[in-house]
Ligand binder design. Structure first.
Ligand code: NAD
Length: 426
């Protein structure tokens, strides 16, 4: 891993994700003509918990971390959402991510609400044993809130299948029996699903294909730049490469690489396995993340962190399609600038929904203790993504709005309908 001081990950000025999420909701509420009471209910998390996590370090010292779990909405089913380990995590970021999960699950018609969790820690500076202790303590602190019928976790930035195995084990040991449905994205050996690790990235490619088709283009004719080379970005780049697209640039938090001839993505992955970064890959030119966002490519896929496309740089984007692999990469001001310039933005709550769709398949399989084949999962994922894309595109056409507004209108409307149908207790 290249040298870097802890805390440098977030990049330049990131406008608050909660402000972005709230502005998007306010716009949807006004377009749908809902009243202030419904707005207040949908703007406010249903439950949240804030926990202190003491860690005994390997050298015997004790260190304290702060963790959060937010259930934004549980009207359509249990809360669903990832667990993030990143030094800049705070409760407002987790609230925004939980709200986006609510709309996303509604857009792809899953019987879930939206939730998210986070711990303010930089996992790069802790051993596997330390991360396991942090995960187990966090899980035991939030135990009353989670469960297969209450709130189901999955990996996000800085966490992975191993983290999910620790959550599942801690929860199960405390309940006295094995409960795989409390998490998704877990290893196959303990009830994970085939196809889950790559599902978000496959979904990004499915939604890109659908968006290109509307413009009369195909994947094998376009050039692509992908920001972020983690669980979402690396596989997305690989699937774009497989589908015949020319992947010209990829990046991570340490820097970016570019080749106008196209990168051999599998070789870049190998370089990352060996060195910990895309930086230094021999068959490409070094560039930085700002340059990557402004490249003259057809498709730009931000797949790293929130708030990377802002009013300051949206005017530099030359791609015709922006497909949001990350959650919340585009601020509302940047959205307006991109729309004015005719850039089609495929929004996060649609574009990266493949992960939660296959998480749902994993949860269904775990509840039934019956396993599906990979082709079955991939076919069902492709079908769900296409249905969701078509519904969003139809809404956008009918209302003459962007795909983001189309997706938000569908998501917010479905959640509001669930509220109205259930009625208000007492
Ligand atoms: P990850 O930790 O596996 O990868 C994140 C990548 O982004 C890494 O390559 C990291 O180096 C890079 N990065 C971090 N800060 C950066 C910066 N400032 N500039 C450029 N690159 C930077 O995380 P992930 O699971 O791939 O998640 C990426 C995004 O996708 C997040 O917004 C996440 O919420 C979203 N998402 C993830 C999933 C999933 O299934 N993992 C599902 C839906 C959405």
């Amino acid at each position: 891993m290249p040298d870097e001081a802890p805390g440098d990950l977030a990049g330049p000025s990131r406008p608050g994700p909660l402000a972005t999420a709230q502005a998007q909701l306010a716009s949807a509420i006004s377009q749908l003509g809902y009243d202030e009471g419904m707005h207040a209910m949908l703007a406010t998390p249903r439950r949240e918990i804030n926990v202190a996590i003491p860690l005994r370090r390997d050298d015997g010292r004790t260190e304290l971390f702060h963790g959060f779990r937010v259930q934004h909405n549980v009207s359509r089913g249990p809360g669903k959402g990832g667990l993030r380990f990143h030094p800049s995590v705070d409760v407002d970021e987790v609230r925004a991510l939980a709200m986006w999960m609510t709309w996303k699950c509604a857009v792809v018609e899953l019987p879930y609400g939206g939730a998210k969790g986070g711990v303010a820690i930089d996992p790069r500076y802790y051993s596997a044993g330390e991360l396991e202790r942090v995960t187990r303590r966090y899980t035991s602190e939030i135990m009353p809130m989670i469960g297969p019928e209450r709130d189901i976790m999955a990996p996000d930035i800085g966490t992975d299948a191993a983290t999910m195995a620790w959550v599942m084990d801690t929860y199960s040991v405390n309940r006295g029996y094995t409960i795989p449905g409390v998490v998704t994205g877990k290893p196959l050996e303990v009830g994970g699903s085939l196809g889950r690790a790559t599902a978000t990235s496959r979904g990004v490619v499915h939604s890109t294909r659908a968006a290109l088709a509307e413009g009369g283009r195909k994947l094998d004719e376009v050039s692509v730049a992908v920001q972020g080379f983690g669980k979402v970005g690396a596989h997305a780049a690989d699937f774009f490469d497989d589908a015949g697209a020319r992947v010209e640039a990829v990046s991570d938090q340490y820097g970016a690489i570019h080749s106008s001839r196209g990168l051999h993505v599998q070789r870049v992955m190998e370089h990352v396995r060996e060195t910990g970064s895309v930086v230094g890959y021999p068959d490409a030119d070094p560039i930085d993340n700002a340059q990557l966002l402004a490249l003259d490519v057809d498709v730009l896929v931000p797949a790293a962190v929130e708030g990377v496309l802002t009013a300051d740089n949206a005017g530099d984007v030359r791609a015709r399609w922006v497909v949001e692999g990350a959650n919340g990469p585009t601020t509302p001001d940047a959205d307006a600038i991109l729309a004015d310039r005719g850039v089609v933005v495929v929004p996060d709550i649609l574009a990266n929904a493949g992960g939660v769709v296959v998480s749902y398949f994993e949860w269904v399989q775990a509840q039934q203790a019956y396993w599906w084949t990979e082709p079955e999962i991939e076919a069902r994922l492709a079908e769900r993504m296409q249905i969701a894309y078509d519904a969003v595109a139809q809404m956008a056409r009918t209302r003459d709005v962007s795909l983001r507004d189309g997706a938000l209108l569908i998501g917010v409307q479905r959640v509001a309908t669930a509220h109205r149908t259930r009625g208000l207790y007492p």
